[in-house]
Design a binder for this molecule. Structure first.
Ligand SMILES: Cc1cc2nc3c(=O)[nH]c(=O)nc-3n(C[C@H](O)[C@H](O)[C@H](O)COP(=O)(O)O)c2cc1C
Length: 321
């Protein structure tokens, strides 16, 4: 028994698994390329990168992807959204995922370059709007997810409403770490899943060792919400930086790079995410989903994908009995 494949636009991945884009510099060419080569959809996170860096990551990922499906994830909230999306499209990326906000323009660019656009949505209303504007699929991200959160509802509750609201493929994101989780999401009518945290703790992820170790050691009580200057809450791991923010003690912004279209400027989120990516998991911001509490190892992407397939098979057989 094989897992169903996932088709978005004219691209088909052998497995219905998208590796979520993770900024800043967590999901880069090594991770996205390995996921695509293993049969999933690999996403490079473009938010916080310059155009040249994004283009070189796309080329490096292509070299590793063995012809698999590769996309970019760019947050609508970033100032360089237009520049980054159009550069990725001109480079021949297979698909573009747009998170943290809604853009009408991105669908027009998708038509211009012939690239499928997949927005991240948190309600049936926005999913319908995305379909009307020309989305090739939508990703429904629930409250369990790591990173910025656009809803306070769990994915498994939101998913059936969105599956009923649109004709395009719907992908469930948030709280998925195992093959049994994947089966639960597909059973509700999803065409696939998007997983972030599970892939952040793999060998090919560009997160530093200390970041991956925090995931492996995290317990339920270590998973917290944090106010993001983007204007949305974010899900992260408890650390001294988070403790500081709870006292209203935010690190001063030393140099504003005007990276967000709208920033509440409590602290510099790009700086905090970059610090964590460089290995400072004490003073940096470590985004993580609630599934971090269930992650106990750092496998290679190839091993993880095999494990997900076999767990999915066991869950399917359990149902047959
Ligand atoms: C470290 C980290 C960084 C993330 N960065 C982004 C991002 O740049 N853009 C985005 O749309 N989603 C981002 N996400 C969300 C993921 O793409 C994905 O949807 C989410 O992690 C799914 O939930 P899960 O962590 O429970 O699998 C991030 C998640 C994590 C854990």
């Amino acid at each position: 028994m094989d897992m169903p494949s996932l088709t978005i636009g004219s691209h088909t991945a052998r497995l219905p698994i998208i590796q979520g884009g993770m900024a800043v510099r967590i999901s880069m060419a090594p991770l996205a390329g390995a996921v695509a080569a293993a049969g999933g959809v690999g996403l490079i996170a473009g938010s916080g990168l310059g155009v040249d860096e994004l283009v070189s990551e796309i080329r490096a990922a292509r070299d590793r992807a063995a012809g698999g499906v590769l996309g970019v994830n760019i947050m609508v909230a970033v100032t360089k959204f237009r520049e980054l999306v159009r550069a990725a499209m001109a480079e021949g990326i297979d698909l573009v995922v747009a998170g943290a906000g809604f853009s009408r323009d991105v669908f027009a660019w998708g038509r211009e370059f012939g690239v499928p656009v997949v927005p991240i949505v948190g309600s049936a209303r926005v999913a319908r709007l995305a379909e009307k504007f020309g989305a090739s699929a939508v990703i429904v991200e629930g409250f369990e997810a790591g990173g910025h959160l656009g809803t306070d509802r769990p994915m498994l509750e939101l998913l059936p409403e969105i599956v009923a609201a649109v004709q395009i493929p719907v992908i469930g994101a948030g709280g998925v770490a195992t093959g049994a989780d994947i089966k639960r999401v597909l059973d509700l009518g999803a065409a696939g899943v998007q997983m972030g945290s599970r892939f952040a703790a793999t060998v090919e992820s560009s997160a530093p060792e200390a970041f991956k170790r925090m995931y492996v050691e995290a317990r339920d009580e270590d998973i917290v919400l944090i106010k993001s200057p983007v204007g949305l809450p974010g899900r992260a791991l408890r650390n001294p930086f988070w403790e500081r923010t709870q006292r209203g003690d935010y690190p001063q912004i030393e140099r504003c790079r005007a990276c967000l279209k709208e920033c509440h400027k409590e602290y510099c989120i790009i700086n905090e995410l970059e610090m964590a990516q460089r290995g400072d998991v004490t003073d940096g911001l470590v985004f993580a989903g609630s599934v971090a509490a269930r992650i106990t190892d750092v496998p290679t992407v190839a091993d993880l994908m095999k494990r997900l397939e076999s767990e999915w098979r066991i869950a399917m057989q359990g149902e047959d009995r």
